[in-house]
Design a protein around this ligand. Structure first.
Ligand code: SF4
Length: 385
């Protein structure tokens, strides 16, 4: 595939801004659709599968925010998504507010269609004014919640080992009221210790009121002995979602919506890490997902440039071509850490199965009015992915 000509690539910003970004190494010929930003490291929780150093006291600098927002918005592609993570971003809500307003203003200048999203553990009371701001800015909101209290509290707990499930529950009705069920989602973490309960936990989250649930495969846990269970359990989830849809109830596995959103971009999403896997730590370092979640100490090894120094030469001029060895081996060469590779197969199966599910929906929707309604609703929701 030919790389877009430089003039087309950066049409969004004027020549002076483009020159400035180029000089900083913050202009790329590759489409960046999603950019995940860990705004801070602080968090009230100490979940077993989070490797971020919650006591390091890091918060992203404004220089880095400005750099990464412009990096994202100057890349090719019209629809962009900025995802705010932590730590717990609600602990720095003033910064979240500033980032959101700045990114919205920059997107307007750049002529890009920007989605904003925030992820929370919901383990602290979410204030009404925070949620109202997010509603007004049309945020998507994700809650990391694994399912029932026993499943959730087994790995999501505070410093004293007390699970966070009971603290989260009061936050859910205000989230649904302000953000709305279409724009809220649960992130259900699945790992070898709870894979057998995948369907039960999915149903529990639906019972709490979530209509959008992402199955997140946890990397860095030993999957070897439980891997064989993943596909049958994922199929049970999809079968249940199908039956619910047939009964007119709205349940969506979020990654199944990706092809509806991306259409031609699915191949890039799968192969080019710039497309959907870019993330930034609070120190401004860029890396590819899921490094921060499995190897916080390996930040230097996983670094792909930063928000003040730009991206390294290795990635500056490559352009996506699935026929090239460079692109085909790109992430294989990058993910050297075996912990990061743990979970790769379940992650891939999850994505393939969820997409196949949506293909089936689309096929049946041609003749079935109920599934046609489900598909219509999925098309409205696909920007959440
Ligand atoms: S080498 Fe990697 S980063 Fe560069 S275009 Fe190919 S897949 Fe994308």
């Amino acid at each position: 595939m030919d790389a877009p000509a430089p003039a087309e690539i950066h049409a969004a910003y004027g020549p002076a801004e483009l020159a400035r970004l180029r000089a900083l190494g913050l202009a790329t010929n590759k489409e960046i659709r999603r950019f995940k930003v860990a705004v801070n490291t602080a968090c009230p929780l100490r979940c077993d599968y989070c490797f971020i150093d919650k006591d390091s006291g890091e918060t992203i600098s404004w220089e880095h925010v400005a750099g990464l927002v412009r990096f994202l918005l100057s890349s090719p592609g019209h629809v962009k998504k900025l995802l705010l993570y932590g730590g717990e971003p609600f602990l720095n809500f003033a910064l979240v507010r500033e980032i959101a307003l700045y990114a919205r203003a920059e997107a307007l200048k750049a002529g890009k269609d920007l989605d904003l999203s925030i992820c929370t553990s919901a383990a602290l009371p979410l204030r009404t004014e925070w949620l109202e701001f997010l509603r007004d800015q049309r945020f998507f909101l994700s809650v990391s919640m694994d399912g029932d209290a026993a499943t959730h509290d087994a790995h999501r707990h505070d410093k004293g080992g007390v699970g966070s499930h009971a603290r989260m529950i009061p936050n859910l009705p205000p989230i649904f009221e302000s953000i709305g069920r279409r724009r809220a989602m649960a992130i259900q973490c699945v790992h070898p210790g709870n894979v057998e309960k995948m369907l039960d936990n999915f149903k529990t989250l639906a019972g709490y009121g979530f209509e959008n649930i992402e199955i997140e495969v946890i990397h860095g846990f030993g999957w070897k002995d439980k891997k064989h269970l993943f596909r049958p359990m994922m199929q049970r989830v999809l079968d249940w979602v199908w039956e619910e849809a047939r009964a007119g109830r709205r349940r969506f596995v979020v990654c199944s919506l990706v092809p509806l959103m991306l259409k031609d971009g699915v191949v890039r999403e799968d192969w080019c890490p710039f497309h959907s896997s870019m993330e930034t730590y609070p120190d401004g370092s860029f890396s590819f997902y899921p490094f921060a979640f499995v190897d916080w100490d390996g930040r230097r090894r996983s670094k792909v440039g930063d928000a003040s120094g730009g991206i390294p030469p290795r990635f500056q001029d490559c352009s996506f071509d699935l026929g090239s060895d460079k692109c085909r081996n790109c992430t294989t060469d990058y993910y050297k850490n075996p912990s990061v590779n743990e979970g790769n197969d379940p992650y891939r199966w999850r994505t393939e199965m969820a997409r196949a599910f949506m293909d089936k929906v689309a096929m049946v929707a041609r003749t079935d009015p109920t599934m046609k309604e489900y598909l219509k609703e999925a098309l409205i929701r696909c920007r959440i992915s």
